[in-house]
Ligand binder design. Sequence first.
Ligand code: ATP
Ligand code: MG
Length: 559
Amino acid sequence: MTDNAVSGNNFLRTIVKEDIAAGRLSGELVTRFPPEPNGFLHIGHAKSICLNFGLAKQFDGHCHLRFDDTNPAKEEQAYIDAIQEDIRWLGFEWSGPIRYASDYFDTLYEYAVYLIGQGNAYVCDLSADEAREYRGTLTEPGKNSPHRDRSVEENLALFAAMRNGDFDEGSKVLRAKIDMAAPNINLRDPIIYRIRKVSHHQTADKWCIYPTYDFTHGQSDALEGITHSICTLEFEDHRPLYEWFIANLPVPAQPKQYEFARLNVNYTVTSKRKLKMLVDEKVVDGWDDPRMPTIAGMRRRGFTPASLRHFCDMVGVARSEGIVDVAMLEHAIRDDLDKNAPRAMCVMDPLKIVITNYPEDKVEWLTAPGHPNRDDLGERSLPFSREVFIEREDFREEANKKFKRLVLGKKVRLRSAYVLLAESVVKDELGNIVEVHCSYDAGTHGADPEDGIKPKGVIHWVSASHGKQATVRLYDRLFTHEAPDRGGEEFLDHVNPESLQVIENCWIEPSLADAAPEASFQFERTGYFVADKVEHSNVAPVFNRTIALRDTWGKESDV
Ligand code: ATP
Ligand code: MG
């Protein structure tokens, strides 16, 4: 990987560099990416992946993949599988085995027992409502729980009974004994274990008590020898608690937590909970719907790993929240595909052209470049015949000078082929044009007409007798509102009703039918498209529009 995603500068790279220079790292740099397997990864996670795996790569360290699986009720194996696939597709590989926070449940249980033994944890019977009352507010200290002073022996016995399944869910919790008057509410005797009588995707029915995220994360970092535990800003207030556990438990290492700002993108929601709602309410067709800002969705839409890494690199890493313009993401993919996607032709709204002076059974295989300035992308062969399709909007019976396409009595060039002159139209009884009869100038393949009058326009086309039929799906932004879920907006109200338009019976040049799923193309004059990962086949080709050729949001297309 040669892009900047693993080499540019940001404040976390500076911290790592300084730690290395000052000899604060006894061994290698170790980071981790810790997704909770409760949904598919989205563009925000891509940023975290590029950051964590990128740092490890840059400093010859390691990055672990650790599923942060402390909430079994919302987690699923399908998510675990999808997350691994997405990370690898983005171009990263974790060090060592796949890790799970649940791998440490035994140790975490021992740590909890240790805390009780030190007089630093107690079993509390307050209900959730009572606990809220006792917790106090940002401006008022909390009150001690009436169970705070239980003896070590009583706590040990109660905790063992909790583990044994003797109590109902919600009837008891284990809390760290820190300080109910702490200004930071996270330190007001936080819950560290809950009773949850649910089966876990990794540990099955071994446990009926589960540690909280706060009691799990830092200790897992320590157990894995993570040196830099990088998370998003909402965990900044949890850092004192992270440090308290590390200081008060017999952990084997002293990891440190660093925070950076989440990636927010306008016209987009990046919250697994909300993305799950879009899936559950069938607003979209699954987590990998090409309109979803999930990695799987963007992949199916035709984004490339390099474009996403480049985008993550461009947005940088900051300490304060901001909102990135989705146009930047669109630019990243447009730029990549412009340079790398082979060209091809597809007619979406076909109008038949009959070339009256072209022999009925003649076929010529014309060569066209794979890409205008990439010789390495080779050439393609385009069959040319008496009947071809062009876009209906590329023909007019009459037009002013601004219309540089085919007009009755005028000429146009067919891309990589001949110059045509439109001579007459055939209409049905309703007056719709069903055919345009043209003549072609046989001397104009790769040459100007002899009369020196060059046609002003070049249009795309497909041979009617060789083209294949395809389904084309035109995708657009999923939301019409710039901030669909901010400022009290109900994001489901802002779904773009025109985010998907399916066009059946498009005509593609024949070689496109053989495109491998996930192969990207520029369809000349119409946009960048990808052969659908799931549904495209040689017999029923399906192409998804990744992005239009130009940004048409906010300004009219000039085509
Ligand atoms: P969500 O709010 O979408 O459910 P999450 O933070 O709960 O996201 P996790 O699976 O816990 O999702 O996240 C795994 C890692 O990815 C965490 O380190 C988290 O901080 C990071 N991450 C999640 N969302 C973003 C984002 N928008 N920008 C940058 N990093 C993110
Ligand atoms: Mg989370």
